[in-house]
Design a binder for this molecule. Sequence first.
Ligand SMILES: O=C(CO)[C@@H](O)[C@H](O)[C@H](O)[C@H](O)COP(=O)(O)O
Ligand SMILES: [Zn+2]
Length: 195
Amino acid sequence: MLQAQVRSQIEESMAVKQRLLEDDALLQQVESLVMACLASLRRGGKIIFAGNGGSFADAQHLSAEFTSRFAFDRAPLASIALGTNNSAISAIGNDYGYEQVFARELLAVAKPEDVFIAISTSGNSVNVIVAVEQALQVGVKTIVLTGQTGGKLKGLCECVCVPSAETARIQECHILLGHILCGLVEEQFFSKQVK
Ligand SMILES: O=C(CO)[C@@H](O)[C@H](O)[C@H](O)[C@H](O)COP(=O)(O)O
Ligand SMILES: [Zn+2]
Protein backbone atom coordinates (compact mmCIF):
# COMPACT_ATOMS: atom_id res chain seq x y z
CA MET A 1 0.00 0.00 0.00
CA LEU A 2 2.75 2.40 0.94
CA GLN A 3 4.64 1.25 -2.12
CA ALA A 4 2.36 3.38 -4.29
CA GLN A 5 3.33 6.46 -2.30
CA VAL A 6 7.01 5.57 -2.48
CA ARG A 7 6.64 5.22 -6.25
CA SER A 8 4.75 8.46 -6.65
CA GLN A 9 7.36 10.42 -4.65
CA ILE A 10 10.18 8.98 -6.77
CA GLU A 11 8.18 9.93 -9.87
CA GLU A 12 7.68 13.46 -8.57
CA SER A 13 11.40 13.79 -7.79
CA MET A 14 12.20 12.64 -11.33
CA ALA A 15 9.65 15.05 -12.80
CA VAL A 16 11.28 18.02 -11.07
CA LYS A 17 14.68 16.92 -12.37
CA GLN A 18 13.19 16.56 -15.88
CA ARG A 19 11.96 20.15 -15.63
CA LEU A 20 15.49 21.23 -14.65
CA LEU A 21 16.84 19.45 -17.71
CA GLU A 22 14.46 21.35 -19.98
CA ASP A 23 15.30 24.76 -18.47
CA ASP A 24 18.15 26.11 -20.61
CA ALA A 25 18.30 29.37 -18.68
CA LEU A 26 18.78 27.48 -15.41
CA LEU A 27 21.50 25.27 -16.94
CA GLN A 28 23.23 28.43 -18.13
CA GLN A 29 23.05 29.85 -14.60
CA VAL A 30 24.75 26.71 -13.26
CA GLU A 31 27.50 27.03 -15.89
CA SER A 32 27.98 30.68 -14.88
CA LEU A 33 28.18 29.64 -11.24
CA VAL A 34 30.91 27.10 -12.09
CA MET A 35 32.86 29.83 -13.89
CA ALA A 36 32.41 32.26 -10.98
CA CYS A 37 33.68 29.68 -8.46
CA LEU A 38 36.67 28.86 -10.69
CA ALA A 39 37.56 32.53 -11.08
CA SER A 40 37.25 33.04 -7.32
CA LEU A 41 39.48 30.08 -6.43
CA ARG A 42 42.06 31.09 -9.05
CA ARG A 43 42.41 34.54 -7.53
CA GLY A 44 42.76 33.16 -3.99
CA GLY A 45 39.10 33.41 -3.00
CA LYS A 46 36.89 30.85 -1.31
CA ILE A 47 33.41 29.42 -1.72
CA ILE A 48 31.13 30.29 1.22
CA PHE A 49 27.91 28.33 1.80
CA ALA A 50 24.97 28.90 4.16
CA GLY A 51 21.51 27.45 4.74
CA ASN A 52 19.11 26.25 7.45
CA GLY A 53 18.03 22.72 8.38
CA GLY A 54 18.44 20.36 5.42
CA SER A 55 20.07 23.20 3.51
CA PHE A 56 22.55 23.64 6.38
CA ALA A 57 23.47 19.98 5.85
CA ASP A 58 23.80 20.68 2.10
CA ALA A 59 26.00 23.71 2.82
CA GLN A 60 28.35 21.64 4.99
CA HIS A 61 28.29 18.71 2.59
CA LEU A 62 29.18 20.81 -0.47
CA SER A 63 31.83 22.82 1.39
CA ALA A 64 33.47 19.56 2.43
CA GLU A 65 33.60 18.40 -1.22
CA PHE A 66 35.87 21.40 -1.88
CA THR A 67 38.15 21.16 1.16
CA SER A 68 38.43 17.36 1.06
CA ARG A 69 38.01 15.89 -2.43
CA PHE A 70 35.17 15.10 -4.81
CA ALA A 71 36.05 12.73 -7.67
CA PHE A 72 39.83 12.46 -7.42
CA ASP A 73 42.77 13.10 -5.13
CA ARG A 74 44.03 16.70 -5.36
CA ALA A 75 44.99 19.73 -3.27
CA PRO A 76 42.21 21.15 -1.05
CA LEU A 77 40.08 24.01 -2.38
CA ALA A 78 39.09 26.90 -0.08
CA SER A 79 35.54 26.76 1.23
CA ILE A 80 33.57 27.24 4.44
CA ALA A 81 29.98 26.67 5.58
CA LEU A 82 28.68 29.44 7.84
CA GLY A 83 27.23 28.38 11.19
CA THR A 84 29.41 25.31 11.72
CA ASN A 85 31.03 26.79 14.86
CA ASN A 86 28.41 26.09 17.55
CA SER A 87 29.95 28.65 19.90
CA ALA A 88 29.69 31.37 17.24
CA ILE A 89 26.03 30.47 16.60
CA SER A 90 25.36 30.60 20.33
CA ALA A 91 27.21 33.89 20.88
CA ILE A 92 25.90 35.71 17.80
CA GLY A 93 22.37 34.34 18.30
CA ASN A 94 22.36 35.34 21.95
CA ASP A 95 23.99 38.75 21.57
CA TYR A 96 22.72 39.94 18.18
CA GLY A 97 19.71 37.73 17.35
CA TYR A 98 19.32 34.57 15.31
CA GLU A 99 18.78 36.53 12.11
CA GLN A 100 22.44 37.69 12.36
CA VAL A 101 24.08 34.27 12.77
CA PHE A 102 25.21 33.95 9.14
CA ALA A 103 25.65 37.64 8.32
CA ARG A 104 28.04 38.38 11.18
CA GLU A 105 30.22 35.34 10.48
CA LEU A 106 30.21 36.27 6.79
CA LEU A 107 31.30 39.81 7.62
CA ALA A 108 34.17 38.36 9.68
CA VAL A 109 35.58 36.16 6.92
CA ALA A 110 34.31 37.26 3.47
CA LYS A 111 36.58 38.96 0.92
CA PRO A 112 35.42 40.54 -2.35
CA GLU A 113 37.12 37.73 -4.31
CA ASP A 114 34.91 35.07 -2.66
CA VAL A 115 31.65 33.54 -3.92
CA PHE A 116 28.70 33.16 -1.55
CA ILE A 117 26.20 30.39 -2.29
CA ALA A 118 23.11 30.74 -0.08
CA ILE A 119 20.62 27.86 -0.01
CA SER A 120 16.96 28.41 0.92
CA THR A 121 14.04 26.40 -0.45
CA SER A 122 11.51 29.10 0.45
CA GLY A 123 13.75 32.08 -0.17
CA ASN A 124 12.25 33.55 3.00
CA SER A 125 14.65 32.56 5.81
CA VAL A 126 15.52 35.84 7.49
CA ASN A 127 19.06 34.85 8.53
CA VAL A 128 19.81 33.91 4.90
CA ILE A 129 18.27 37.15 3.58
CA VAL A 130 20.36 39.24 6.01
CA ALA A 131 23.51 37.30 5.04
CA VAL A 132 22.81 37.89 1.33
CA GLU A 133 22.40 41.62 2.02
CA GLN A 134 25.68 41.61 3.95
CA ALA A 135 27.52 39.74 1.18
CA LEU A 136 26.30 42.20 -1.43
CA GLN A 137 27.53 45.08 0.74
CA VAL A 138 30.99 43.50 1.00
CA GLY A 139 30.98 43.06 -2.80
CA VAL A 140 30.96 39.26 -2.77
CA LYS A 141 29.42 37.53 -5.79
CA THR A 142 26.24 36.03 -4.36
CA ILE A 143 23.96 33.33 -5.78
CA VAL A 144 20.97 31.69 -4.10
CA LEU A 145 19.77 28.15 -4.70
CA THR A 146 16.03 28.31 -4.04
CA GLY A 147 12.58 27.03 -5.07
CA GLN A 148 10.24 28.05 -7.86
CA THR A 149 9.23 31.46 -6.53
CA GLY A 150 12.56 32.46 -5.01
CA GLY A 151 10.57 34.06 -2.16
CA LYS A 152 11.87 37.33 -0.75
CA LEU A 153 15.38 36.59 -2.02
CA LYS A 154 14.21 36.78 -5.63
CA GLY A 155 14.49 40.55 -5.89
CA LEU A 156 17.77 40.76 -3.97
CA CYS A 157 20.25 38.78 -6.04
CA GLU A 158 20.63 36.09 -8.70
CA CYS A 159 18.51 33.04 -7.85
CA VAL A 160 18.72 29.54 -9.31
CA CYS A 161 15.04 28.60 -8.94
CA VAL A 162 14.28 24.86 -8.85
CA PRO A 163 10.83 24.43 -10.45
CA SER A 164 8.98 22.96 -7.45
CA ALA A 165 7.16 24.28 -4.38
CA GLU A 166 7.92 21.21 -2.25
CA THR A 167 10.84 21.56 0.18
CA ALA A 168 12.11 17.98 -0.11
CA ARG A 169 11.96 17.95 -3.93
CA ILE A 170 13.75 21.32 -4.07
CA GLN A 171 16.48 20.07 -1.70
CA GLU A 172 17.01 16.98 -3.87
CA CYS A 173 17.72 19.23 -6.85
CA HIS A 174 19.97 21.54 -4.81
CA ILE A 175 22.25 18.68 -3.85
CA LEU A 176 22.22 17.42 -7.46
CA LEU A 177 23.21 20.87 -8.76
CA GLY A 178 25.74 21.24 -5.93
CA HIS A 179 27.42 17.96 -6.83
CA ILE A 180 27.54 18.99 -10.49
CA LEU A 181 29.13 22.29 -9.42
CA CYS A 182 31.77 20.58 -7.26
CA GLY A 183 32.64 18.06 -9.97
CA LEU A 184 33.00 20.63 -12.73
CA VAL A 185 34.96 23.12 -10.61
CA GLU A 186 37.35 20.36 -9.50
CA GLU A 187 37.83 19.05 -13.03
CA GLN A 188 38.37 22.50 -14.58
CA PHE A 189 40.57 23.87 -11.78
CA PHE A 190 42.99 20.97 -11.81
CA SER A 191 43.06 20.32 -15.57
CA LYS A 192 44.31 23.91 -16.02
CA GLN A 193 46.89 23.57 -13.21
CA VAL A 194 48.42 20.29 -14.44
CA LYS A 195 49.90 21.96 -17.58
O1 LIG B 1 15.15 19.51 5.64
C1 LIG B 1 14.10 20.04 5.91
C2 LIG B 1 12.88 19.69 5.18
O2 LIG B 1 13.15 18.72 4.18
C3 LIG B 1 13.99 21.10 6.98
O3 LIG B 1 14.97 20.88 7.98
C4 LIG B 1 14.17 22.51 6.39
O4 LIG B 1 15.46 22.60 5.83
C5 LIG B 1 13.97 23.57 7.48
O5 LIG B 1 12.61 23.64 7.78
C6 LIG B 1 14.48 24.96 7.07
O6 LIG B 1 14.36 25.84 8.15
C7 LIG B 1 13.77 25.55 5.83
O7 LIG B 1 14.42 26.77 5.47
P1 LIG B 1 14.38 27.31 3.99
O8 LIG B 1 14.84 26.22 3.06
O9 LIG B 1 12.98 27.75 3.68
O10 LIG B 1 15.35 28.48 4.00
ZN1 LIG C 1 15.08 17.59 4.44
